[in-house]
Design a binder for this molecule. Structure first.
Ligand code: NAD
Length: 692
């Protein structure tokens, strides 16, 4: 055996050379690994006794991608492209032997080999688009040559992994070998090639599948159209598509040049920086300074959910889907029946789309017990309360939970705004009480705000964070304050939205600006969706706000076919002349003189007060770090990933500019815009949120 360098070795098995890469944990394509691989390919090629070369990885996976710690730093030779060109140019067949996940640059390395074998459990993919990038190591040029343009478009612009079996059917893998016998299988495959004197199959030279797409630009046009909504605002998908177009229309080396140029553009751009920030921020959010990773956790084997309404049902689904039994308790039989029926309906809709088997639907439903008996919660390891948002109701419920549920259980509230400490104080075990704030629809939205009370025990926090991961959520830890992180910031935006429409902007103007910024919808479309009558009653309504007036007119949102907007039978929104008139009349009564409000002002007044509130949240220690706030907004409110979250975005604009704008609005409109002390301090020090 020759040791090439710290992570690369070269051995011989008969006339087959075996290059083994061993760089735990995932054999990332570091400069050392690239250098070792290049050297090993050179030595094996030069050895006259070698007839073929197998490239295999030690540990749990084939090369799983780039070394992302190198991103944004000056490149170190050899580049991945150099290594790939050397592999492809080798005069002896090179066989990639794949297990684990061959991703990004790892899969691209395999694509530069002449053949690929894999164990059935292996997965391959080009996930670069998820970081706002494109596969810059020839992936956009080689993959379509193997799997065809349509499949390459789908794989590369989604970034999704494909299992080895499917990849073999597509043509990206040449042979599957027995699980656990990758090396033997790859050696056998290589010997076969030698025995058959098989040609060197250089992917760059394949043309059959590209030829099938040549002269058919509609393939690309249709793909763009079909995915317009999904790709809205993102730069990377379009660049990926253009590379694949280049693969079809240009010679290989010119295609590579296009790929290179577009890759560099994306890599230097703001969107990829934002998307990489989000990638790291999400991992960071799991780290809690005073709750170390090795904090003991409590076992959650049985969950109780109180309330079978909108949230209770969605929350329950998370646990059923993760295989954890749930007892759902209601006070009202009709509500219980409705709640259970909705859960079933949601699962069956997934089954209809082929995402679940009927057996799996039944298995999940089999884990659910619905009851009106409060005592049925007694054996739960975790109870999540999702009853009406009323302090008196919450207090009563927690008094009862304290009396009934076993000791060592975690008692959680899904409250959106209320004081977790006041709720915990109703029990004799405030250390076991925590906020678990899910977002609607709770079975879909990835965010979970975990709210620690003043007395919440560390193992309860650790358990909540771990449980979140188990049910597929991204958890962010917050401390108690009205609205926690997300809704507290949202409230600031809401105040401005309501002001703006009294000053001359229409709801659809405000919504359009925020939609164009990249949010899924603006505040008024969102209000219509949620229902304008949340917390509204006819008896107490006094036409004191636009919202009250709309409810009084039975314009209560999408569900009544009208709210801030008019809705047609397909729930498509149209600006409403009736609402425009209501707003104008209402504003006139307040003495306001309507003016044309520029889009930039709408954007700044909607988002800058949120950033300012985010700064206060940091100042008060409600959030641990600014990137946690970004994760809340991306996963709970649809903040566009390519803007990196509100705090990242603020840094990008420049906090000095944000501060100056806030001061300008403060002079005009008053205290609502008063800059937080932290923001002022950061600007004075020339620092950003990222430097905290
Ligand atoms: P909902 O009105 O849809 O459901 C509440 C359910 O609780 C009703 O079915 C009611 O019958 C039941 N209930 C009331 N008192 C009960 C009791 N003592 N025991 C058992 N069941 C009882 O309300 P929702 O929208 O699901 O909200 C529930 C909680 O979740 C609230 O605290 C709310 O603030 C919070 N929340 C709501 C959303 C949202 O978007 N809807 C998002 C996050 C958090």
């Amino acid at each position: 055996m020759t040791s090439i360098n710290a992570v690369t070795s070269l051995t011989r098995d008969g006339d087959i050379a075996v290059i083994t890469l061993d760089s735990p944990p995932v054999n990332a394509l570091s400069a050392t690994l690239r250098g070792g691989l290049l050297e090993a390919v050179g030595q094996a090629s030069a050895d006259p006794a070698v007839k073929a070369i197998v490239l295999i990885c030690a540990g749990r996976t084939f090369i799983a991608g780039a070394d992302i710690t190198e991103f944004g730093k000056p490149p170190v030779a050899p580049s991945l492209a150099d290594v790939e060109l050397a592999i492809e140019a080798a005069t002896k067949p090179v066989v990639a032997a794949i297990h684990g996940t061959a991703l990004g640059g790892g899969f691209e390395t395999a694509l530069a080999c002449h053949y690929r074998v894999a164990v059935p459990s292996a997965k391959v993919g080009l996930p670069e688009v998820k970081l706002g990038l494109l596969p810059g190591g020839g992936g956009t040029q080689r993959l379509p040559r193997l799997v065809g343009v349509e499949r390459a478009l789908a794989m590369i612009t989604s970034g999704e992994m494909v299992g080895a079996k499917a990849a073999a059917e597509l043509g990206a893998i040449d042979a599957l070998v027995e699980e656990g016998k990758l090396l033997e299988g790859a050696l056998g495959f290589a010997r076969d090639l030698v025995a058959k004197n098989a040609p060197l199959r250089r992917v760059r030279d394949l043309d059959e599948k590209l030829a099938a797409a040549r002269g058919r630009p509609e393939i690309f046009a249709d793909f763009r159209k079909e995915n317009a909504r999904k790709f809205r605002g993102f730069e990377a998908p379009e660049s990926n598509i253009r590379c694949i177009e280049a693969a079809v229309n240009l010679p290989f080396d010119e295609g590579l040049a296009v790929e290179r140029e577009l890759f560099i553009k994306l890599m230097m751009g703001a969107q990829s920086a934002a998307q990489r920030h989000v990638f790291f921020a999400e991992r960071q959010a799991a780290k809690i300074p005073d709750v170390p990773d090795d904090t003991p956790t409590r076992a959650i084997k049985q969950v109780g959910v109180l309330g079978a309404g909108t949230m209770g049902g969605g929350i329950t689904m998370n646990f059923l889907s993760a295989g954890i039994p749930v007892t759902m308790v209601e006070t009202n039989q009709a509500a219980l029946d409705r709640g259970i029926a909705t859960i079933r309906k949601n699962y069956e809709a997934s089954a209809k789309k082929g995402r679940l088997t009927e057996a799996e639907v039944e298995r999940r439903m089999g884990l659910l017990t619905g009851t009106l008996e409060f005592d049925a919660l007694a054996p739960s390891d975790l109870v999540i309360e999702a009853v009406f948002e009323e302090m008196s109701v919450k207090k009563q419920v927690f008094t009862m939970l304290d009396a009934v549920v076993k000791q060592s259980a975690i008692l959680a509230s899904n409250t959106s705004y209320l004081d977790i400490d006041a709720i915990a104080a109703m029990t004799r075990r405030p250390a076991d009480v925590i906020g678990l704030h899910f977002f609607s629809p709770a079975n879909v939205m990835r965010l979970l705000e975990v709210v620690r009370g003043a007395k919440t025990a560390k193992d309860v926090i650790a358990t909540a964070m771990q449980m979140a991961k188990k049910i597929g959520k991204v958890a962010v830890l917050a401390r108690v304050c009205p609205g926690f992180i997300g809704n507290r910031m949202l409230h600031q935006r809401q105040i401005q939205a309501n002001r703006l429409i009294l000053e001359g902007a229409m709801p659809w103007d405000v919504d359009r600006v925020l939609y164009d910024f990249g949010l899924p919808m603006g505040p008024f479309a969102m209000a219509d969706l949620a229902g304008l009558d949340l917390g509204w009653t006819a008896a107490t309504s006094k036409s004191a706000t636009i919202r009250e007036i709309l409810c009084e007119l039975d314009r209560r949102g999408q569900k009544t076919g009208a709210g801030f907007y008019d809705y047609d039978e397909n729930r498509r929104a149209k600006p409403s002349p009736v609402v425009a008139k209501i707003i104008e009349d209402f504003a006139a009564k307040t003495g306001a003189v309507p003016r044309k409000i520029p889009d930039q002002e709408i954007l700044e007044r909607s988002l800058y007060p949120m950033i300012n509130e985010g700064a206060k949240i940091l100042e008060e220690g409600v959030a641990i770090r600014s990137s946690d706030i970004d994760i809340v907004w991306i996963n709970g409110y649809g903040w566009p990933v390519y803007h990196g979250g509100p705090m990242f975005w603020a840094d990008l604009i420049g906090l000095d500019k944000v501060l100056a704008a806030l001061r300008g609005y403060e002079a005009k409109f008053g205290d609502e815009f008063k800059p937080s002390a932290l923001l002022v301090k950061l600007v004075e020090e020339g620092r950003g949120f990222k430097d905290l």
